[in-house]
Design a protein around this ligand. Structure first.
Ligand code: G
Ligand code: G
Ligand code: MN
Ligand code: NA
Length: 253
């Protein structure tokens, strides 16, 4: 309950900060996009990770306000990157509540207009569980967002229930294989099989594959052998503040 009051205030006072984690395309060894990851700068000074506060924001619906702020902040950073000649798309994470909002697409259109931005500046990550929870609206919403020009990715792939039919029917550009499978890639036969099979399935359906949680060179080499398209993880870079990201991008491009 105390946390609830603090979170309301956090949303009102925008006590959040975005970190950006680079994603590299293996074919070119170049950065292809970044993912925006929110943290809460708690008044105590502690930097809190989403797992500590997102569930409560979702339960109460306050996550809608957070998402609006994330989109605004992401578009500001995207404009800044462009001004410096460092244009890369920035992925944002959507929650079930976002997908339930009938005005989400309008809201994105408005924010794009305010920032004079194009849909190619951001990418949308949705989890399998969010899709399942909101099957009806996502059937309508996702094609609409895709038609607007947004790239849509399935996050935490393999941990929810992906209906294979929806993989084929819905306008996904890529799957992000959950980091729990990448963690076991080199020592667990089941994880290795899941990763290999997910890559083949995605490719056969015309989708790209991003492996998340890549934290060592051996895992990266294995993913390269398996024709994984893109990798994200601390082996490439930890999540960075906007200023650090600019420096990182300037060095790597
Ligand atoms: O990097 P980190 O451990 O903080 O991210 C954990 C999870 O929190 C991510 O996988 C993502 O699903 C979720 N997350 C991170 N940032 C956001 C955000 O801005 N909005 C939402 N809805 N989820 C986020
Ligand atoms: O959206 P999603 O929950 O997948 O966000 C990615 C999460 O993975 C973030 O919480 C981020 O901090 C975390 N992360 C990023 N790189 C690594 C990594 O190399 N290893 C592990 N275990 N976690 C990572
Ligand atoms: Mn994500
Ligand atoms: Na994920």
């Amino acid at each position: 309950l105390a946390l609830m009051g603090e979170l309301r205030q956090a949303v009102e006072q925008e006590q959040f900060v975005l970190y950006y984690q680079p994603i590299v395309r293996l074919e070119t060894d170049r950065v292809t996009s970044v993912e925006a990851l929110v943290r809460w700068r708690h008044p105590s000074g502690e930097l809190m990770l989403p797992e500590r506060f997102l569930p409560l924001l979702e339960q109460t619906g306050l996550v809608r306000s957070l998402t609006r702020w994330v989109v605004h902040e992401t578009l500001r950073t995207a404009a800044d990157l462009r001004a410096r000649g460092l244009a890369v798309p920035i992925g944002i994470n959507l929650s079930v509540r976002d997908l339930q909002d009938p005005y989400l697409a309008e809201e994105f259109a408005e924010q794009l207009a305010v920032h004079q931005a194009s849909p190619s500046w951001i990418e949308l990550e949705v989890t399998e569980s969010a899709l399942l929870a909101e099957a009806r609206t996502s059937l309508e919403l996702l094609p609409r967002l895709s038609a607007m020009g947004f790239r849509i990715l399935i996050d935490d792939f393999g941990t929810g229930y992906s209906s294979l039919a929806s993989l084929k029917k819905l306008p996904f550009a890529a799957i992000k294989v959950d980091r729990s499978f990448i963690a076991g890639l080199l020592r667990d036969e089941n994880d290795a099989t899941i990763v290999r099979t997910s890559i083949d399935l995605a490719h056969n359906l015309g989708l790209e594959v991003v492996a998340e949680g890549v934290d060592d060179g051996d895992a990266l080499a294995r993913l390269r052998n398996r024709a994984c398209d893109c990798v994200q993880g601390i082996y490439i870079s930890r999540p960075l503040l906007a200023d650090e990201l600019i420096e990182w991008l300037a060095k790597s491009t």
